[in-house]
Design a protein. Structure first.
Length: 157
């Protein structure tokens, strides 16, 4: 499964901030054969809610979100004792829980279009790909940070 890359409508000459200006280029990712334990450990260790999944060539093949993680944890593991959790976690692979139909953004996509995609589709993030390879991620938190970093001012009436 290959991620679908969104194409921009922007053909104007003025400079608009792009996903590359806002994205996090150092992305923590997982492989399809990594286990549920790895998802749990990575999300806790890095305090992240979105983890892109790549194949052995670095191509984006999926995404695991904190919501996906919780869904699996609640549905499959609710009746287990704490000592049994680790054993069960080690048998579930990322490919079994990841979202496979992932919309990705190119680094050149204007941030306004990326924000519109996040809003319209109710996504928490967009993996950023170039030539199919994962090169970054842009999240809702990146937009909030940019709001303050760019010293955005409100219009006065």
């Amino acid at each position: 499964m290959e991620a679908k890359e969104f194409k921009s409508n922007n053909s104007g000459m003025e400079y608009l901030p792009t996903v590359k200006d806002l994205m996090t280029p150092e992305v923590f990712s997982l492989n399809e054969t990594d286990t549920f334990n790895m998802v749990d450990s990575l999300m806790k260790w890095r305090r992240i809610r979105h983890v892109p999944v790549v194949n052995e060539f670095g191509d984006l093949v999926g995404l695991v979100t904190h919501r996906d993680f919780l869904k699996v944890a609640v549905s499959r593991l609710a009746d287990l004792k704490p000592g049994e959790l680790e054993k069960v976690y080690s048998t579930i692979q990322v490919k079994d829980i990841m979202q496979k139909d992932v919309l990705a953004a190119p680094p050149s996509l204007p941030v306004a279009e990326a924000a519109q995609l996040l809003h319209e589709h109710r996504f928490g993030c967009l993996p950023v790909v170039q030539d199919g390879k994962l090169v970054g991620i842009i999240t809702e938190a990146d937009f909030v940070k940019a709001f303050f970093d760019w010293d955005v001012k409100f219009k006065e009436d």
